[in-house]
Design a protein around this ligand. Structure first.
Ligand code: TMP
Ligand code: ASP
Length: 238
């Protein structure tokens, strides 16, 4: 399948049309951004690493009953995906307090949460992706029915339980992550976008080292080395 027109360019990916009207080609870029693109960088090979990591994780989740937009991987940094209307809600799942949660609510950084926390953020760069509640989602017509918010929560929790176990076997602690969902032409809710060290936090269980985009956000050392290590561990047979 060949790329045709550029449909959309985001901070980490480009989406192209292709010969099939129901499908798109997603290209993973080497660009790194943080703090709503106030900090920008480039890491050669990052796109290919995230494409491979996300492909493995989406395949794993699909096997565990989570429907995803992924059709197949075309090459190192391109995926063929189902065309969806993205639901403009960034669904964040947290196992351990850190990042904006600790900053906003003063919860100690590194504290293991007593239950899995699911939060919704409005996907809107101009508004700096504010945190929103169910009523805000309804007010802004982000979903058609309130039930869909519960479906997003349940799917996000299932993804968390599959990935948390998977990474624990590989000595990585899944701290938190962000996922996005889309609706296909038949109204099915599919896991979309990507799951990668750009959109997750992983802490090495032995050293405590951060193995994700916080390295870029906080200048903690090579991003590529960490992402390569994450991919290596994903590929380990367990
Ligand atoms: P936060 O602590 O900054 O709110 O981030 C929570 C999780 O969501 C973390 O794993 C990083 C991820 N994330 C994104 O993927 N995109 C974003 O724009 C933000 C702010 C966070
Ligand atoms: N994804 C956001 C950005 O690219 C924020 C972040 O991940 O820190 O700016």
């Amino acid at each position: 399948m060949e790329k045709r027109e550029l449909l959309y360019e985001g901070k980490a990916k480009k989406l192209y049309t292709c010969d099939d009207d129901n499908l798109l080609i997603s290209e993973f870029k080497d660009d790194l951004t943080a703090f709503n693109a106030q900090k920008k960088g480039l890491e050669s090979g990052k796109g290919a690493l995230n494409c491979q990591i996300s492909t493995h994780l989406f395949d794993l989740l699909e096997k565990e009953g989570i429907a995803t937009h992924l059709v197949e991987t075309l090459d190192q940094n391109h995926q063929l995906v189902k065309k969806v209307d993205i639901i403009p809600i960034e669904v964040v799942v947290r196992n351990t307090a850190t990042g904006s949660l600790s900053k906003r609510l003063g919860i100690k950084d590194g504290l293991e949460l007593p239950f899995v926390l699911v939060e919704f953020y409005l996907k809107d760069d101009d508004l700096n992706d504010p945190i929103i509640c169910d009523d805000h989602c309804m007010l802004l017509n982000l979903v058609q029915k309130r039930d869909e918010l519960e479906i997003l929560r349940q799917k996000a929790k299932k993804i968390n339980s599959v990935l948390k176990d998977f990474f624990a076997k590989r000595r990585l602690n899944l701290i938190d992550f962000k996922v996005e969902f889309g609706k296909d032409k038949d109204g099915n809710i599919l896991l979309s976008d990507e799951i990668s060290p750009d959109s997750c936090r992983f802490w090495d269980m032995d050293s405590g080292e951060k193995m994700d985009k916080d390295r870029f956000r906080q200048n903690l050392g090579s991003v590529k080395v960490a992402y390569e290590e994450v991919l290596k561990r994903i590929l380990e047979e367990k």
